[in-house]
Design a protein around this ligand. Structure first.
Ligand code: AMP
Length: 577
């Protein structure tokens, strides 16, 4: 008796090119144990390797329905909906409880939250087992029946097309009717700075974008009642297809600010994949994918794939073949996949480079450029960076066409929700000072993140904190495995939207290189700086050098006032040659 291939689609490739389909046989002890609570006997599932891929059966497969009875799932021919005869050697899971929990970045079962190893062919949702597929289909059916009952007229009419055929962003009448000075006032009050030609006005409400109802619903469900400043300006500009250079920090709502234009673009593109998001780290990619899935839930044919290092490649390659619309990737892994010709990027119409400054600091610039070489030229580019140093300006001039620059909040200032304390502490006293802080109820509020210079330092300090203060402590760095990182990250995230926190920085002459940077950024927040820092000759030297550099840059700028001087100087030097 064969499990129909349409019943579940395994994500993993076994790599040998052969196919297998699942076969029901009697009795895996664990599965039977679960069955004790039920009246009817239940078969366990294992796979039978190398069964011809074109084989399909008209037999039915019994498995428990949520109510404890047996449900019947009938097999279908490939034409009826089998999307893939994907090879696999893993046994197909019958029950949710025999499935493992998902690793970060792996798909999650929509019913029970375990590893979503299969894609339900009927709904494209992730499920972990036959049990959850049955529950999921039942839920979908119940939802459909409920909506028929609540709206019988609709049920009898033609099935409604959920989306229009295309989407064009138009300024909402409410925004159109605002006076120019009202808009300027709004931008000023919210700290939105915009540069560029013919920039559209910001939105004030998500409703001003005329998104599909499902997307509006998902925004509300995610708790996004009103847009943040960066979203107000970036979303309409992005929806209009303009290239963007945005200066936005983590915690500002920047992810949704680029995701919404990405989603709307990908939704109406027929080619797959049609959107690419590049991030410097896998953790960030995982967070972006999670947010994307929340916002895309219920939108037709919108699938994401995570292509990141540190996680196995075969499931990522398999997922890539499932007509995904949005790729979220780190540069190294994506480039490897491009090199082995496992991805076709000619349908990409929108590219986001997130945390571009970190990307450059990590040395990914060439990899990003190599990736973009593989995309036909007519795509929209959004570059997001916490800071915009000259290296980012340079990259932007290479990648962006007639861009809109959007800056929110004071550039280069620390987040307003974080109280900054700068302490002068000599190296030998640092540990003691840290323990004092951790023992101080006024300053210590878990979780606490301690940044140190080196990996070994992190391990040793973590051990010392645990030993001396008795507080649970754990270190994280690039030599930790993905499993360890995942467990560590369960401590949660800090500095999230609207939450307050305290940042304590220890400095001494060993960090003299950073004196002016620290003073320049922290002083405007009103924090008191240590006298050793304020009186340091290094600080004054760095300040002077920066001022000289600024003056030089200003002299180099061509303005109406200095234009004639520059021409005269140029003429003079030419005649002297
Ligand atoms: P980000 O800056 O993209 O890392 O977002 C920071 C956090 O704010 C995330 O947890 C988002 O889910 C949340 N967020 C983003 N936009 C909004 C919004 N408009 N309203 C409420 N929360 C939001």
């Amino acid at each position: 008796m064969f499990v129909p291939r349409s019943l579940k689609i395994k994500r993993h490739a076994n790599g040998d090119g052969k196919s297998c389909v699942a076969k029901i046989i009697k009795s895996d002890p664990e599965d039977l144990q679960l069955d004790k609570s039920r009246d009817a006997p239940v078969d366990a599932l294992v796979t039978e390797a190398a069964t011809p891929p074109d084989r399909h059966s008209s037999e039915s497969c019994p498995f428990p329905s949520p109510g404890g009875q047996l449900a019947e799932v009938h097999s279908v021919s490939p034409e009826q909906g089998v999307k893939d005869s994907h090879p696999s050697e893993e046994p197909v899971k019958s029950f949710s409880k025999t499935q493992r929990w998902a690793e970060p970045g792996e798909p999650v079962c929509v019913v029970c939250g375990r590893y979503g190893e299969y894609i339900c062919d009927k709904t494209d949702e992730d499920v972990c087992s036959l049990e959850c597929k049955a529950k999921h289909l039942l839920q979908v059916k119940e939802k459909e029946e409920k909506s028929k009952l609540s709206n019988p007229q609709k049920a009898n009419s033609e099935p409604e097309s959920p989306l229009n055929a295309s989407y064009v962003y138009k300024e909402h009448p409410f925004i159109l009717n605002l006076q120019e000075d009202q808009i300027e006032n709004l931008k000023q009050q919210l700290g939105i700075l915009v540069q560029g030609q013919e920039v559209t006005r910001p939105i004030i409400d998500f409703e001003h974008c005329s998104f599909p109802e499902v997307l509006n619903h998902n925004l509300k469900k995610s708790g996004y009642e009103v847009p943040t400043p960066i979203q107000m300006q970036m979303i309409p500009v992005g929806l209009l297809g303009r290239d963007i250079l945005a200066s936005a920090d983590t915690g500002s709502g920047k992810t949704a600010a680029f995701l919404l234009p990405v989603i709307m673009r990908a939704l109406f593109e027929s080619k797959t994949p049609s959107a690419l998001i590049l991030t410097p780290t896998r953790e960030l990619a995982i967070q972006i994918e999670r947010q994307a899935k929340e916002l895309m839930s219920g939108l037709p044919r919108m699938k994401t794939v995570l292509l990141v290092g540190g996680l196995p490649l075969p499931p990522q390659l398999y997922r890539l073949q499932q007509q995904v619309k949005v790729i979220i990737a780190t540069p190294g892994r994506l480039l490897d996949i491009i090199k082995q010709s496992s991805v076709e990027l000619c349908g990409i119409k929108i590219v986001v480079v997130d945390e571009a400054d970190t990307m450059l600091k990590m040395g990914f610039q060439q990899q990003v450029l190599d990736i973009l070489e593989n995309i036909p030229n007519d795509y929209q580019t959004i570059l997001v960076s916490a800071t915009i140093p000259s290296s980012i300006e340079q990259l932007a001039s290479q990648l962006l066409h007639n861009p809109v620059r959007i800056i929110t909040g004071e550039k280069n200032l620390p987040c307003a929700n974080v109280r900054q304390i700068i302490l002068w502490v000599e190296d030998p006293a640092k540990k003691k000072k840290l323990f004092e802080i951790l023992n101080d109820k006024k300053l210590f509020k878990p979780p606490v993140l301690v940044f140190v210079d080196c990996k070994l330092g992190a391990d040793l300090l973590s051990e010392a904190v645990q030993k001396i203060t008795g507080l649970k402590s754990i270190s994280i760095h690039s030599e930790k495995s993905q499993i360890e990182r995942k467990n560590i990250l369960k401590v949660g995230r800090v500095g999230r939207l609207g939450q307050n926190g305290t940042a304590i920085t220890f400095i001494n002459n060993n960090s003299k290189r950073l004196f002016w940077d620290i003073a320049k950024r922290v002083k405007p927040t009103g924090s008191i700086l240590p006298p050793q820092l304020l009186n340091s000759p290094y600080l004054h030297d760095q300040k002077r050098k920066e001022q000289q550099k600024d003056k030089q840059t200003q002299n180099d700028l061509v303005t109406g006032a200095n234009l004639m001087d520059i021409i005269r100087k140029h003429d003079k030097s030419n005649s002297q040659k």
